[in-house]
Ligand binder design. Structure first.
Ligand SMILES: NC(=O)c1ccc[n+]([C@@H]2O[C@H](COP(=O)([O-])OP(=O)(O)OC[C@H]3O[C@@H](n4cnc5c(N)ncnc54)[C@H](OP(=O)(O)O)[C@@H]3O)[C@@H](O)[C@H]2O)c1
Length: 328
């Protein structure tokens, strides 16, 4: 079968398109013919050895995807050849071969049904980012309605999912994006305040607009110099769900900034979800999205042989998810 694979973990520049053997399903597994697969920054981190995974080489990346069941292994019930499924969460594309290939073997507990009415590219790109956002929004317990949630990197995969879920939860959403065009799209998705974190005055403008309220929960996809600025916008008992670090290490900042408002920081790890947590979280995500008729936002769909261009698109800052069309 055709697959993009890595012979060494030296970065996505080492990705090669070639032929590798088709998988056969082991006990408890099915083989999916992949129709669409979606990219995540974690694919790049794994390729750069920045991720705590040690897959056998050659390794096929790709954690998200959807397709049709073409073979069913022993001890599998409730799923048949011809059924369409999406990959929920698990080791696919991490410790075992992923979705950037014609076919992938998947344990049945890592599969979920295609939500009614969703297009195939939407179904392929949803689970990782929504489960991450759901964890980031709920890890501190229920927030009172109308609490203020701020999302950094709001135009990206996790960002858009966080904005959509926060709006569905009835929160007042502040979205940060460096692009005016994307801030306009974020307003259409229901964000009440959209600001450019590159403008030195963004915190003053936010404080003025929110007063006397402040931010209750920040979902941070960016890290770097922006994190201490985000912390400054929090109110008493404010929280930060730390998701990503696209802007790199956080420069030193005075931890006294955390004391007086009893601010709490906590890490998000969707990869640490148990299967039961992913399944329960996914059901909650679908209920929330149904409240506002929200659907996954696809930035672009590129042909399978343009996976490197798809990674470049993601690095340039997408609006939603970057997807590849594997089947065609
Ligand atoms: N902890 C977990 O379990 C978990 C799960 C999923 C993802 N993540 C991490 O979360 C982060 C976000 O993932 P994603 O899928 O949303 O990424 P993404 O789709 O690539 O989007 C990130 C957005 O952040 C902004 N951005 C990118 N680089 C930036 C920089 N240097 N400075 C400021 N803004 C920047 C861009 O928005 P604008 O151009 O509009 O500003 C971009 O659209 C990544 O680090 C990823 O690895 C963690």
């Amino acid at each position: 079968m055709r697959a993009w694979f890595l012979d060494e973990l030296t970065g996505i520049g080492a990705l090669r398109l070639g032929e590798i053997p088709e998988p056969t399903p082991q006990a408890g597994e099915v083989v999916l013919q992949i129709h669409y697969a979606a990219l995540n920054p974690a694919d790049r981190y794994l390729a750069e050895r920045q991720y705590p995974a040690k897959p056998a080489l050659p390794h096929v990346l790709g954690r998200d995807g959807m397709g049709t069941v073409v073979a069913v292994g022993p001890d599998v019930t409730g799923i048949a050849v011809g059924d369409r499924r999406l990959v929920l969460r698990g080791d696919v594309g991490v410790e075992r071969a992923g979705t950037f290939a014609g076919y992938v073997a998947v344990p049945v507990e890592s599969l979920a049904e295609i939500p009614r009415g969703w297009e195939e590219p939407e179904s392929a790109c949803a689970t990782l980012v929504y489960l991450t956002s759901y964890q980031a929004l709920t890890m501190w317990g229920a927030l009172p309605p109308s609490s203020v949630a701020l999302v950094t990197g709001a135009s990206g995969g996790v960002g858009v999912a966080s904005v959509q879920l926060a709006v569905a939860m009835g929160l007042f959403v502040v979205a940060l994006s460096r692009s005016e065009e994307k801030r306009e799209r974020l307003r259409q998705l229901g964000a009440s305040i959209c600001l450019d974190p590159g403008q030195p005055g963004w915190r003053t403008a936010l404080k003025k607009t929110l007063a006397p309220r402040r931010v209750d929960l920040a979902i941070d996809n960016i890290g770097g110099a922006l994190l201490p600025e985000v912390i400054e916008t929090l109110g008493d008992a404010g929280k930060v769900s730390l998701v990503g670090r696209l802007a790199g290490p956080v420069p030193s900042f005075n931890t006294a900034a955390l004391f007086f408002r009893r601010i709490r920081l906590g890490g998000v790890a969707v990869g640490a979800n148990t299967n039961a947590e992913s399944r329960a979280g996914w059901q909650e995500v679908l209920l929330l999205l149904a409240r506002t008729n929200a659907r996954p936002l696809v930035d672009s769909v590129l042909p399978f042989d343009q996976l490197p261009q798809a990674f470049a698109r993601m690095a340039a800052g997408p609006m939603g998810k970057v997807v590849i069309n594997v089947k065609e």
